[in-house]
Design a protein around this ligand. Structure first.
Ligand SMILES: [Zn+2]
Length: 319
């Protein structure tokens, strides 16, 4: 077996998996309250951005060959329903318009959820007993997705894990004249410890309880495939597995079952672990990031959403 490992030329000749900048998506936190870039302590190198700075980031990502940005909103005001989510002049809608005007060739994806906009931090409408009401939430998600499409989003990505939301969003988009806007469904989104740093970034930690009533149990693999197949039936164009690192088996299983393009979300905690270990001198950041992203491609991910996107694109251009 060692004959084909003897030189860089031979290794390159038989390499099975390629990683390209055009497969990467950079998440951005766009803040309505930030007047300048606000560093996120738990995610070194990531910031909450005013709209103008988000445009700069988008421009830089595009110049490096990154395929897309994924926008998350941090609003000034929150309420029980999360009405900022579908406000035509909400922070996400403003950022979509600004980025598409400045960098039209860069794809803009939007996270469609209510948790960044609700006062209680849950992903939907609450019932008296504090649990999330499914169908009422789905209507608001559909309204949110349409407002993103109207602002110019190229792809909408519902992340709430309500039942039936992909079908409802598809119907509403079609009815409002956005039949060509694709849906990237967060199909298998697990209730994960690896989301911790994100909640600081997006200021979206639930005020009480947790999200295990709608996000998936990390122990369940067959259920992940069922979720993805339902989203396929409802009209999802791409499906996602989130988090990524501990879920390579499900990236593969979902891909084989749906035959759809699969995205893997290399989440905040996965990023923070690498950054912390690299800062402590425990590992080589560049080599670790390339290995992680390549492993997600090998598991079957067509697209990788990652906070390392700009660095990875820079390193790929150098190698
Ligand atoms: Zn949410």
């Amino acid at each position: 077996m060692r004959r084909l490992r003897a030189s860089a030329g031979l290794r390159g000749l038989v390499r099975e998996t390629e990683l390209r900048a055009g497969q990467l998506v950079l998440p951005l936190f766009v803040s309505e309250t930030a007047s300048s870039r606000e560093p996120i302590v738990t995610m070194p190198g990531v910031e909450r951005l005013p709209v103008a700075a988000a445009v700069e980031e988008a421009r830089e990502a595009a110049a490096l060959g990154v395929a897309a940005v994924m926008l998350f909103g941090v609003p000034a005001e929150k309420d029980e329903q999360g009405s900022g989510a579908w406000d035509e002049d909400g922070v996400v809608q403003l950022a979509v318009r600004a980025i598409k005007a400045a960098v039209p060739e860069l794809l803009v994806m939007t996270d469609v959820c209510l948790c960044e906009f609700t006062s209680h931090g849950h992903c939907g409408l609450l019932r008296e007993d504090g649990t999330v009401e499914n169908d009422g939430t789905v209507e608001l998600l559909a309204r949110t997705a349409v407002s993103h499409a109207r602002a110019g989003a190229d792809v909408v990505a519902p992340s709430d894990m309500m039942d039936g939301r992909v079908g409802a969003i598809r119907e509403e988009l079609d009815g409002e004249g956005f039949s060509e806007t694709p849906i990237l469904a967060y199909s298998a989104k697990f209730a994960s410890a690896f989301y911790g740093p994100f909640r600081e970034a997006a200021d979206s930690a639930p005020a009480f309880g947790d999200r295990r009533g709608y996000q998936m149990d990390p122990a369940n693999g067959r259920e992940a495939v069922r979720e993805a197949l339902l989203d396929l039936e409802e009209g999802a164009d791409m499906v996602m597995v989130k988090p990524a690192l501990a879920y390579g088996d499900l990236i593969r299983a979902v891909k084989e079952a749906t035959r759809l393009p699969v995205a893997a979300y290399n989440v905040s905690g996965e990023y923070a672990m690498v950054k912390a270990a690299a800062a402590a001198g425990y590992l080589d950041e560049r080599a670790a990031v390339q290995e992680i992203l390549t492993s997600l491609r090998r598991a079957g991910a067509d697209t990788i959403i990652t906070y390392h996107a700009k660095d990875a694109a820079r390193w790929l251009a150098q190698s």
